[in-house]
Design a protein around this ligand. Structure first.
Ligand SMILES: *Cc1c(COP(=O)(O)O)cnc(C)c1O
Length: 411
């Protein structure tokens, strides 16, 4: 019989979102009249920007003509998109990122998992706790961890706890780790890193020869102009960091699919025989072999994000979601909850009321307010006692959900 990848059997069975779905389904079956509001899963709700739709329609029409037809494109993305990204997202912030260092893809979720393809299996890996589950599960699947313990922590990983006590930024480890996953603005806590915090990580990575995998999927939600959007705003980061970016959350491309990864030239790793190897060449080879590029139509849509109209429309989307976040923060605080995040990120991270763990609070909100959020414990053991609410919803749903939560907590 064929052998399976037994590493998959180490994955914790009760994965977060299926368990939420199971509880919501059971509740709906028992209370078919309840109008449930979902502030749980991190998916956008507002329509695609007009600039993107117009560009994609024109691209569809072009594909219907002999001159405008496009077959396979470059695996790394079309030069015009890579140039627009380099100019607007990096050079405009004084980051020296060249178009050839940008690899366009169909998502940051896949990129952040696929990057393990070019990294050795002996690396010591650090993740924050709580954390975006993809970083952990992709390492489990690739056989880079041991078994999970009762708290759901995998052997072989270094967990860096984040909580209100450390401002949701991890303490720099004393021991040496080779690979560090950082996500700012953060999913799930909504926290953001200052320039000083990122500079500490860059200094650590350079001193220890480590690689930082920096997930900046939520950079567009940063409101404070003094905060860095890219790790490359920190001097020296080109020698120690890869950055993941996505059009999913800023331009609503979660269902359209376009993202990119930045791999700087001159960023080196070590081979088994101790030679220095440039990661750029390995990722270029990996993408050329295992990926055939993002559709021409979608890349034209992504390019339109950088047009003046596209920029204005994206700003408006962000403004809308961040107003939702402000309402959630304000109303939860008025209901007596301790709230974090939601100021530079579309997630509010609330402390559960005394005596309730994350799932206890989930059940209370579902049962009393018919509101679905995400239990913090689903993102890691240190997330227990917290609860995530997402700002991705209509204004009417956010306002109604807050009214109901206040009534449930008062009652
Ligand atoms: C939504 C999200 C992404 C984006 O993923 P895509 O595959 O590009 O849609 C990346 N990282 C985090 C932490 C996210 O929450």
């Amino acid at each position: 019989m064929v052998q399976v990848n037994s590493n998959y059997l180490k994955l914790k069975a009760g994965y977060l979102f299926p368990e939420i779905a199971r509880r919501v389904k059971a509740f709906s079956a028992a209370h078919p009249e309840a109008a449930i509001i979902r502030l749980g899963i991190g998916d956008v709700t507002e329509p695609l920007p007009e600039a993107c739709r117009t560009a994609m329609k024109a691209a569809v029409d072009a594909m219907g003509t002999p001159e405008g037809f496009h077959g396979y494109g470059p695996e790394q993305g079309y030069p015009w998109l890579r140039e627009a990204i380099a100019r607007h997202d990096f050079q405009a912030r004084s980051c020296a990122v060249d178009p050839e260092e940008i690899f366009v893809s169909d998502g940051s979720k896949c990129d952040s998992a696929n990057i393990l393809d070019i990294l050795g299996t002996g690396n010591r890996i650090a993740v924050t706790d709580p954390v975006y589950p993809v970083y952990v599960d992709s390492n489990v699947m690739a056989g880079r961890t041991g078994e999970a313990d009762e708290g759901g922590r995998y052997g072989g990983l270094t967990y860096l706890p984040i909580s209100a006590e450390n401002g949701f930024t991890a303490r720099i480890p004393e021991e040496t780790v080779d690979l560090i996953y950082l996500c700012f603005p953060n999913n799930p806590t909504g926290a953001v890193a200052t320039r000083e915090h990122l500079a500490e990580w860059v200094a650590y990575a350079r001193a220890n020869g480590s690689l930082i995998l920096f997930d900046a999927a939520y950079e567009a939600f940063i409101q404070d102009p003094s905060l860095p959007h890219s790790i490359y705003e920190i001097e020296g980061a080109r020698d120690c960091a890869i950055e993941f970016r996505s059009f999913s959350k800023n331009a609503g491309f979660t269902g359209t699919r376009c993202a990119f990864t930045v791999v700087p030239r001159g960023l080196m790793g070590t081979s088994d025989s101790g030679e220095a190897v440039e990661l750029w060449g390995l990722w270029n080879r990996r993408q050329s072999t295992k990926f055939n590029g993002v559709s021409y139509i979608v890349q034209r849509g992504a390019e339109a994000v950088y047009s003046p109209e596209g920029q204005a429309q994206v700003r408006e989307l962000i403004r809308f979601y961040m107003e939702n976040a402000a309402i959630i923060r304000r109303e939860l605080a008025a209901a007596g909850l301790e709230v974090h995040g939601g100021e530079q990120a579309p997630y509010v991270w609330a402390k559960t009321p005394a005596g309730l763990d994350s799932w206890g609070f989930f059940d209370l909100l579902l049962g009393q307010a018919h509101v679905v959020g995400t239990p913090g414990s689903g993102f890691g053991a240190a997330g227990d006692g917290y609860f995530r609410l997402s700002a991705f919803n209509s204004r009417a749903n956010v306002e109604e959900a807050m009214k109901r939560i206040q009534a449930a907590l008062a009652g």
